[in-house]
Each structure stands twice: as structure tokens, then as C-alpha cells.
Design a protein around this ligand. Structure first.
Ligand SMILES: Nc1ncnc2c1ncn2[C@@H]1O[C@H](COP(=O)(O)OP(=O)(O)OP(=O)(O)O)[C@@H](O)[C@H]1O
Ligand SMILES: [Mg+2]
Length: 361
């Protein structure tokens, strides 16, 4: 194709691509050979010496007389640097504040020579999207610790911050509201109301969380479908398997949309297959919804879904059977992938207490 000279374009003339005649660019066809000139008019001026590939077949464009004489301003010259995409800038890794921050928590029952201290100086944190297991022998203080994380038991010393609020020092009258806002509980024996259907069990929890009427029923149904129980909406607990009941309990724990789920032996009463399905649901709550799951368990199968395992022994936190992590020990962070690093705390964010971060491979 012949490109009209810039001087011709400025004067309102163009060069016919067929017969090479310089003709008036008035929107009509070439006066000599009747070729449609609108395509030539629409082309931007080419740089000197450029060979332009012919345009593909284009539907005829109706050009008004006024427009046909308009002069196109040359396209701005762009440097190669402006055309090429800029190299991806390395953004600093985001730091995510922990959902849960436990600082030097101790619990002592009784006094004097009858005093028992099942939890001593325990410190750790857990961020959004993390599944943290708390394991240890029977009587090592796991449940006592979990009760303190859930503000159901007040620590003798230390802090338990959930979503930035220290539950350990919050006034007693404020605890129910804080629990209802921030926490979801899953128990070993499900604790469902036997007279109610699956939907009603979850709906009841929605009511307690402030959602009422048909919105509560809709939410209950949605949560049950989320945990794979869409076919069990109207079943009573007695007619459901252990795994199904536990999934109802998980749906119930989600009624208030909590950032932190606390589970005490959630798979202890389940066989291998149903235990796996419950573990899968808990993992999904962390990975897909960004919730933090802290699970107390004896069940080593759950290690497969955990980001970290914290070992308790006689009330002390150990690092997977390694050296004791008492207050003042340095931070242990064995995770090295970028994703995990993005979730760990920046130095500025770290609490005064030691943080235990173990990667279970
Ligand atoms: N209210 C209480 N009063 C006195 N001692 C208690 C109380 N609650 C727990 N303990 C003691 O604290 C210790 C730890 O109990 P905890 O239930 O936390 O252990 P656990 O690790 O959960 O054990 P398991 O794996 O068997 O469930 C036990 O020796 C227990 O007797
Ligand atoms: Mg226990």
C-alpha cells in the first residue's frame, strides 16, 4: 500500500493506493479509479522508510466531510523503555499481624503445697491462614492452654491477644462479647443439641452471633454446604456419623465468622477416613478463608495439615522435642519459603515474648 505523504495529508489530499493518484481526501472514492480511500485516510502517518503491512479487511467506515479534512497529529514517539514492560519491581514482603499472640502465659490451680501449674511461660503466635497443632502427652496442659486461648480460663500470668485484644486482662463482663466476635470452638464430643437438626444447630449459633430470621437459616445452610453437608441439612445428630457431626460442629463454630478457630481433639472420636475429612475441612478454613486454626490433639495424622507443631511437656513448650523454649530464648523460624515468610512477623511486630515457628515437613 502507498502511504500518502505527510505534506499531502496536511493539505487535505491523499494518494490513492490503487492508481497512485494524488486526489482530494473528501471522504469519497478516488476520482480516478473509484477505490475507497477511507482506509488510507484512517492510517496514521508512517515513519520515513517504513513498510506498512496492508490492513485486514475492514468494514467500510463512513467518514463525514468535516472529518475527512481533519489533520491527524503524528503519534508521539515512545522510547523502547516506555514500550517494554518495566521489570517487575520486588515489593517488600507484606507483614501480617498475628491473629493470636500468646505471651508468657502461666496457669496455676490451687495454692501452697497443693498448687498445680499445668501451663508455664508459654509463648507463641499464630497468623492468618495458619494451622497450629498443640501436641504433648496426657496431662501436659494442652486443654488448659486452649481454655486460656478461648478466654474460658483466666491465666495466672501472661497475655493472650486475639485480634489485638488481650483476653487475659479484659474485664469479665466483656469476655462473652469478645468470644462471640473472635472465636469459634470445636470440641472432641461435638456438643450438638440432639433435639435440633443440623441446620437448626448452626442457626442457633447464628442467632447467638446476632443473625436472625431467614438470614440465620440461609447462613446456616450455606455453612453446612461449605463443610460438605448439603445433603444433611435436616438430619438430627443421632442419625449422623461422627465425622458428619463434627463437621456440623465446625459449621457452628463459623457462625460468627471468627478469625480464630480453637479445636480440642477434633478427630479423637473419628475413624481414619472421617478424621481425614474433618482435617481437610479445617485446613480449608485456614488456606481458603485465612482463618487461624489452633488444634490440640494426640492425633499425629493431623501433622499432615499443620504449618507448625508446638510440643507441650509438663506445661512447658518444647520445639518438637528439641531444647526448651523458655522465655528469653531467641525466635526459632525454620520456614524458608517466601509464602511462609510473608506471614511471619517483621522484627518491629514481634512481641517481647519469644515466638516459636516450626515448619513440619
Ligand atoms: N481445674 C483444675 N484444677 C486443678 N488441676 C487441674 C485443673 N484442670 C486441669 N488440671 C490439671 O492440669 C494438668 C493438665 O491438664 P490438661 O487437661 O490441660 O491436660 P491435657 O494435656 O489436655 O491432657 P489430655 O491429653 O489427657 O487431655 C493435669 O494434671 C490436670 O489434673
Ligand atoms: Mg486435654
Amino acid at each position: 500500500m502507498i502511504i500518502p505523504a505527510e505534506s499531502d495529508r496536511r493539505r487535505g489530499y491523499t494518494t490513492c493506493p490503487t492508481c497512485s493518484s494524488v486526489v482530494r481526501a473528501d471522504g469519497g472514492p478516488c476520482r480516478i479509479c473509484r477505490t475507497d480511500l477511507t482506509i488510507a485516510l484512517l492510517l496514521p502517518p508512517a515513519p520515513a522508510g517504513a513498510v506498512r503491512t496492508p490492513p485486514r479487511a475492514v468494514a467500510p467506515v463512513r467518514v463525514e466531510r468535516k472529518q475527512s479534512t481533519a489533520v491527524r497529529s503524528p503519534a508521539p514517539v515512545r522510547s523502547p523503555a516506555a514500550i517494554l514492560p518495566a521489570p517487575a519491581a520486588r515489593r517488600p514482603l507484606p507483614t501480617v499481624p498475628p491473629t493470636l499472640r500468646v505471651g508468657q502465659v502461666t496457669k496455676t490451680f490451687g495454692q501452697g503445697h497443693t498448687a498445680v501449674t499445668p501451663v508455664r511461660d508459654v509463648s507463641f503466635d499464630a497468623g492468618p491462614g495458619e494451622v497450629v497443632l498443640i501436641m504433648g502427652p496426657s496431662g501436659s496442659g494442652k486443654t488448659t492452654l486452649l481454655l486460656m486461648l478461648g478466654a474460658m480460663l483466666r491465666p495466672t500470668a501472661g497475655s493472650v491477644c486475639v485480634a489485638g485484644v488481650d483476653m487475659a486482662t479484659a474485664p469479665q463482663r466483656k469476655l462473652p462479647k469478645l468470644r462471640a466476635t473472635n472465636l469459634g470452638f470445636v470440641f472432641q464430643d461435638f456438643n450438638l443439641l440432639g433435639a435440633l437438626s443440623a441446620t437448626e444447630n448452626v442457626e442457633y449459633a447464628c442467632n447467638l452471633a446476632g443473625v436472625r430470621g431467614h438470614r440465620a437459616a440461609d447462613r446456616a445452610e450455606q455453612l453446612l454446604r461449605q463443610v460438605g453437608l448439603g445433603h444433611r441439612l435436616h438430619s438430627r445428630p443421632v442419625s449422623m456419623s461422627g465425622g458428619e457431626q463434627q463437621r456440623v460442629a465446625i459449621a457452628r463454630a463459623l457462625a460468627n465468622d471468627p478469625p480464630l478457630i480453637l479445636a480440642d481433639e477434633p478427630t479423637a472420636n473419628l475413624d481414619a477416613a472421617t478424621g481425614r475429612s474433618v482435617a481437610h475441612v479445617l485446613r480449608g478454613l485456614a488456606s481458603d478463608q485465612g482463618r487461624t486454626c489452633v488444634i490440640v490433639t494426640h492425633d499425629e495424622r493431623l501433622e499432615a495439615i499443620a504449618d507448625r507443631v508446638l510440643w507441650l511437656d509438663d506445661g512447658h513448650l518444647l520445639t518438637g522435642g528439641g531444647p526448651s523454649v523458655a522465655a528469653g530464648q531467641p525466635v526459632i523460624d525454620l520456614r524458608d519459603d517466601e509464602d511462609s515468610a510473608a506471614r511471619s512477623l517483621s522484627d518491629a511486630d514481634r512481641p517481647a515474648c519469644p515466638v516459636i515457628k516450626l515448619r513440619v515437613s
